[in-house]
Design a protein around this ligand. Sequence first.
Ligand code: SAM
Length: 267
Amino acid sequence: MAEDRQTEVRGAFDAAAADFTALGRHLWEPIGAAAVAVADPKPGERVLDACCGTGASAIPSARLVGVDGHVDAVDLSGPMVDELRRLSTGLPQLHAHQADVTTWPGEGYDVVQSALGIFFFPDMTAGTDHLISRARPGGRAVFTIWRGEAMVAAGRHLGLAIAEVTNTPVPAPRPPHLIDEVNQADTYAAWLTGRGLADVEVTVHELALTMTPEVAWLVVVGSGFRGALAKVPAELVADVRERYLTSLGEACLEELDATTLIGSGRR
Ligand SMILES: C[S@@+](CC[C@H](N)C(=O)[O-])C[C@H]1O[C@@H](n2cnc3c(N)ncnc32)[C@H](O)[C@@H]1O
């Protein structure tokens, strides 16, 4: 079951890699920059960037640690890692690895960070505990998650569009997940404190995406939502796009909440 989930996550992001970069300007980069501002890597420090994607937090971290520092950027998806390597030429301190970060063996990092990754782990708590264990004693851990219902509306309209175009039932809501219980600043802070971190703080990073047709479709093809398109026959994808955009318009959804919670603490 855990392996099926891992394969599903990897498949969604493998397919999304190129469009992921295009969406990055609107979404991943501002979110990554805000997370790095909290983590505040210093020249010469060692950073583990878990679930690095195409480098929204790994690349600015590599710039901050400089050539005397070291960033290990780890992602399950080969195409994401390839894209990161392409984007990070000229940053020899950034080392991109394709691996499951929940079993990453490196340790002693000054900073361990993950932007929008920990809720994909088959066991979010065990995976996060493993990441924290990779920091040196006194090192910083910084994990970013979506706040509350952020991004959910896009998934709902996409699900409705796919069901209508493919004449299949509307997908059932996903089963309850730990993230539903910890996606507010206070509950997230309590959960991080429960992980043994000291000096826990949660920073709210407000963001609203203006849903032009271009951005609204990039939200589908350049994110984990891409996985939902995998079962749609290629000749119907344009119809799904059309129906999805119409559905957003009917709901007057001009802005998508993309607010994140940046949780930080010390090991
Ligand atoms: C929403 S993306 C975020 C990427 C990046 N941190 C950013 O903010 O742009 C989530 C990423 O987590 C990766 N991922 C999920 N589970 C993982 C695991 N167990 N080990 C490594 N990467 C994982 C996915 O492949 C995907 O690239």
